[in-house]
Design a protein around this ligand. Sequence first.
Ligand code: GH3
Ligand code: MG
Ligand code: MG
Ligand code: MG
Length: 324
Amino acid sequence: QRALASREFGIGDPLALATAETGLDARILLVEDRPGSAERLAGALRQHHAVTIEPDPQAALGLAAEAGFDLALVSLDLDGFDGLRLCSQLRSLDRTRAMPLIMLAEEHDRARVVRGLDFGVHDFLMRPVDRNELLARARTQVKRKRFTEALRGAMQASLQMAVIDGLTGLHNRRYLDNHLGALFAEAGARRPALAALILDIDHFKGINDGYGHEAGDEVLRGFAERVRQHTRPVDIVARYGGEEIVVILPEAGLAEAQIIAERIRERVEAAPFPVQRATRSIPVTVSIGVAVRHAEDAEPGAMLKRADLALYRAKAAGRNRVEP
Ligand code: GH3
Ligand code: MG
Ligand code: MG
Ligand code: MG
């Protein structure tokens, strides 16, 4: 199902991505103040990774927050400092929370190791550290971090896709419903002006019938792009239905909304829309219904209903026109 979802959204399988990358090259921070041990551990890790040794816990905290390591190995017995406290700080800072941590512990540290695991340290190694165990545990943590990052990216992409219309790239109806609801709620007692346009292409069935459904899709994309060009960034432009677009104009009154609608109507009529298969571009006109929020409106649907009725009047009056 994950593979299916990622294919659908064109983002690649996060698991495949994460495991492919674990050929490694991780950036590892080694917080260790025993020179001999630091060199031995770093020597083993450096076959596959870039290692930074930092004996001072305060400096290590700063480095970790700035440099973005894939993993930190922290000695629990730093001279005069509790390594567990450093682990706890690394787990609580926003900048370092996602960085995997491995504790380096002595046999007598068992109780502290358990405390560390309790507050979220990912793993530990007992001294004397076995080289292969070191590499295996480091690899596991780096893999896990990369997988988590890939998954987070995939989730953000699919959240984004959930509010975007696939054909036109405009926002979809779900987005419109959510944000219009929020605009209504947020306005509260202040109730600033708010206007809605519903745009519907005239005789669009004729375009599909005459040039084919694919040409119809191209016209729809061009139409959506042109509408977007003639609206402001603060306006919500959403694909509402088949060849209908809703534009929400925050803080616009009826006069202003009519001017904007008339400008869009003109710009659609002004130049025909090119399509791949046809030798000539296709002329298009649009009818637009305009409505504003009324003081007694309980919810945004009321305003959209009036815009829809206005659109119906524009169609009945001969199309290619704006009706309030
Ligand atoms: P009117 O002037 O009354 O609006 O006439 P119309 O032909 O445009 O009628 P209507 O708006 O009711 O029909 C819209 C048509 O748009 C119906 C449907 O086949 C077509 N359509 C809806 N979605 C798509 C789409 O994504 N792509 C294409 N090519 N056509 C679509
Ligand atoms: Mg219709
Ligand atoms: Mg139509
Ligand atoms: Mg329609």
